[in-house]
Design a protein around this ligand. Structure first.
Ligand SMILES: [Zn+2]
Length: 312
C-alpha cells in the first residue's frame, strides 16, 4: 500500500506565518516602529548593547519557536500522523503550529528592542499558546466541538489580558501577566490529567513527560539565570536556554496531542476525539500511523502539558 501524499497546507500556512511575522519584526526593529528602549526585559541578565538588536542571545534564541512551529506543521501534514484528536479538527494542528511560530517573533520583539510594545507582543504570544492549551483541554474534557474551543480560547485570552492589566510586583513570577499565563498552564495540566484518568483515550505519556520536564528545566534556568549564573556580556545566556527548552516543550506538547487515541474499552458518552461522521457501533477507532506501538507508550498514567512562567 503506497503512503498517502503529504498535505502541504499546514506547512505552507505555518511557513507563510513565519516569513511574514519575522519580516515584519525585522522592519519594525530597523525602523524603530516598536518605540523607544524602556528597559523591558532587561532583567534577564543579558546586557543591552548599542546595536540595533539589544539582546542578541536572548533575541536569536527565539528561532527555536519558529523551528518548533514549522516541525509541528510538517508533522501535521502527514495523513493520520496528527492523531485522532487533532485529525478530527485538522486545522487546529495548523493553528497551533502558527501560534508556536509567533512565540518566536513575539518574544524577540521584546528582547531586541526592550520597548513597551515589544513587551506586549511577548506577553501576547505567550497568552495565545497558553489559551490554546487550556481551550483544547476544555474542548476534549467537555466533549465539545470547535465552537467550544473557540469560546474557551477567547475567554482565556481575555482573562490573561485583563489580569495582565494589574500592575504590581509578584514573587517568583514577577508580574500579573505571568501569573495568568502560569494559571492557564496549570489549569490545562489539571484538565489533561482528568482526561487521562477518564480513560476514554490512550495518551502518549512519554511525550507529556518530556514536555513537562523541558518546561520545568526551563523554569529553573529562567529563575537562576536572572541573578546567579549570569554573565551579562556573554553570548551564552541562561534565558536563551529557557527559550530553546520552551520550544522543545511545546513541540512535545503537540506530539502528546497528536498521539492521542480513542481507547478500545467501554466508555460513557462520545469522546471529542471521535470523528463525528463515524457510524455508531463501528468498533474502536484503529490507530492510523506507523506500526505497532510499544506498551510503554500506552501507559495511562497522569501527566500532561507544562507549567511555565514568565516572559519568553
Ligand atoms: Zn525571553
Amino acid at each position: 500500500m503506497s503512503p498517502m501524499p503529504r498535505d502541504r497546507t499546514p506547512i505552507l500556512i505555518a511557513a507563510t506565518t513565519a516569513i511574514a511575522s519575522c519580516a515584519l519584526l525585522a522592519l519594525s526593529i530597523w525602523f524603530g516602529w516598536l518605540g523607544p528602549d524602556v528597559g523591558r526585559g532587561a532583567n534577564f541578565c543579558e546586557a543591552p548593547n548599542g546595536w540595533t538588536v539589544r539582546q542578541p542571545a536572548n533575541t536569536f534564541s527565539n528561532a527555536g519557536f519558529v523551528v518548533a512551529g514549522l516541525l509541528i506543521a510538517w508533522h501535521a501534514g502527514v495523513p493520520g500522523e496528527a492523531g485522532k484528536g487533532l485529525a478530527a479538527h485538522r486545522y487546529l494542528a495548523t493553528f497551533m503550529a502558527c501560534l508556536v511560530v509567533l512565540l518566536g517573533p513575539g518574544s524577540a520583539a521584546m528582547h531586541a528592542t526592550q520597548s513597551t510594545v515589544g513587551g506586549h507582543l511577548d506577553m501576547s504570544s505567550m497568552y495565545l499558546v497558553a489559551s490554546f492549551a487550556v481551550a483544547y483541554a476544555a474542548m476534549r474534557w467537555l466533549r465539545g466541538n470547535v465552537r467550544l474551543f473557540g469560546a474557551a480560547f477567547v475567554a482565556a485570552l481575555a482573562f490573561c489580558e485583563l489580569v495582565g492589566l494589574w500592575r504590581g510586583e509578584l514573587a517568583v513570577v514577577m508580574h500579573s501577566g505571568n501569573a495568568a499565563f502560569a494559571f492557564l498552564l496549570v489549569a490545562a495540566i489539571t484538565i489533561e490529567v482528568l482526561i487521562i484518568r477518564r480513560r476514554e483515550v490512550r495518551a502518549r505519556i512519554p511525550y507529556a513527560l518530556t514536555s513537562l520536564a523541558s518546561m520545568l528545566a526551563a523554569f529553573v534556568i529562567w529563575n537562576v539565570g536572572k541573578v546567579w549564573l549570569c554573565d551579562p556580556h556573554s553570548l551564552i545566556q541562561g534565558h536563551a536556554a529557557w527559550h530553546i527548552l520552551c520550544a522543545v516543550s511545546v513541540y512535545f506538547l503537540y506530539r502528546y496531542y497528536a498521539g492521542e487515541e480513542v481507547a478500545d474499552g467501554p466508555r460513557q458518552g462520545r469522546s471529542s476525539l471521535e470523528d463525528p461522521r463515524r457510524k455508531p457501533g463501528a468498533g474502536p477507532v484503529a490507530r492510523v500511523g506507523s506500526g505497532p506501538r510499544r506498551s510503554w507508550r500506552r501507559w495511562r498514567v497522569a501527566a500532561a502539558v507544562t507549567p511555565a512562567e514568565e516572559e519568553t
